[in-house]
Write a protein that binds this ligand. Structure first.
Ligand code: BEZ
Length: 255
C-alpha cells in the first residue's frame, strides 16, 4: 500500500465541512480547561477550536501540518500562535498541561511517533484529550470508493492507505507502552450530517479523498463520484440529508 501527501482546500473546508469543528466544541468542554493552563491544539485546522480554547486558557498554541490551514487560521485569529508542524515529529521548549486533538490523528499513520511526541511534550501529570476516526470509520464510503476504482482498473489508488483508524484496544495499548495512564476510552458511532443535500458525499470525497484520484482520468473521477453517491443512497441518505458513517475514538490519558 502506498502513502501520498495531501493538500487542503481551506475554503471548501470552511464552507462545507464546518461540522468538523462544530462537533469539536463538545470536545473542548470535555477538555475542561483551567485558567492557568498552557495547551497545545494538535492538528488545529483553521483554528476555530484553538480560538475556543484560548477563551479559557492562559496560553494556547495551534499546530497543523498543512500550511494552507495554518495560513487560514492566522488570518481568522491573528492573536493566536499558529505553527506548521507534523504531529509525529514536534518539539516545544516548554511542555504543556494538556494536548488536545480533534479529528486529526487519523491522518497520522506514524502513530507511534505521534504518541511519543505527545508524551515528550507534556508536563508530568499533564493529559491528552483526543478524538479521531476509530475502527470502521467511513467504512461504507471508502468501501464504495475502493470498489469503484478497482472496477475501472485503478488498483494502486484503490489500495491507498491514507488513514489510521484504530480500535480502542489497539490505541490504548500503544499509549500504555509509551508510559501513559489511560483514564477514559470510548468508541462510538457518530453519523455526521453533511452540508449539502444534493452533493453531500461528492463534496466529502472532493475534500478528503483527493489522493485516491491522482492519476485517474477526469471523466472517470466524475463517474466514480456519481456512482459512489448513488450506491450509498440507501444507506447514508435519510430524511433529505446525507450522513457520513463516522465512528469516533475518544481518549483521555495522563503522563
Ligand atoms: C474523519 O474525521 O473521520 C475523517 C475525515 C476525513 C477523512 C477521513 C476521516
Amino acid at each position: 500500500m502506498q502513502q501520498l501527501a495531501h493538500t487542503w482546500d481551506a475554503e471548501l473546508y470552511n464552507d462545507k465541512h464546518a461540522f468538523v469543528y462544530n462537533y469539536g466544541a463538545f470536545l473542548v468542554d470535555f477538555l475542561d480547561v483551567k485558567p492557568r493552563e498552557r495547551i497545545l491544539d494538535l492538528g488545529c485546522g483553521s483554528g476555530e477550536l484553538t480560538h475556543l480554547i484560548k477563551e479559557k486558557a492562559a496560553e494556547v498554541i495551534g499546530v497543523d501540518k498543512s500550511p494552507e490551514m495554518v495560513e487560514k487560521a492566522r488570518l481568522q485569529f491573528p492573536l493566536i500562535d499558529f505553527q506548521v508542524a507534523n504531529a509525529s515529529d514536534f518539539q516545544f521548549s516548554e511542555p504543556f498541561d494538556a494536548i488536545f486533538s480533534n479529528a486529526a490523528l487519523h491522518w497520522v499513520t506514524s502513530y507511534k511517533q505521534a504518541i511519543r511526541a505527545m508524551y515528550d511534550n507534556l508536563k508530568k501529570g499533564g493529559r491528552i484529550v483526543v478524538e479521531f476516526g476509530g475502527k470502521d470509520n467511513v467504512k461504507a464510503i471508502t468501501g464504495q470508493l475502493r470498489k469503484s476504482l478497482l472496477e475501472r482498473g485503478y488498483r494502486e489508488q484503490a489500495g491507498l492507505k491514507l488513514w489510521y483508524f484504530p480500535s480502542v484496544g489497539e490505541y490504548t495499548s500503544e499509549l500504555k507502552k509509551a508510559g501513559f495512564t489511560v483514564t477514559s476510552a470510548q468508541w462510538y458511532d457518530r453519523p455526521t450530517e453533511l452540508a449539502d443535500e444534493e452533493t453531500g458525499i461528492k463534496d466529502w470525497l472532493s475534500m478528503f479523498c483527493k489522493p485516491f484520484f491522482e492519476g485517474v482520468d477526469d471523466s472517470d473521477v466524475t463517474d466514480i463520484m456519481i456512482e459512489i453517491q448513488e450506491n450509498l443512497k440507501p444507506m447514508l441518505f435519510r430524511n433529505g440529508k446525507w450522513y457520513a458513517d463516522y465512528k469516533r475514538i475518544r481518549i483521555v490519558a495522563y503522563r
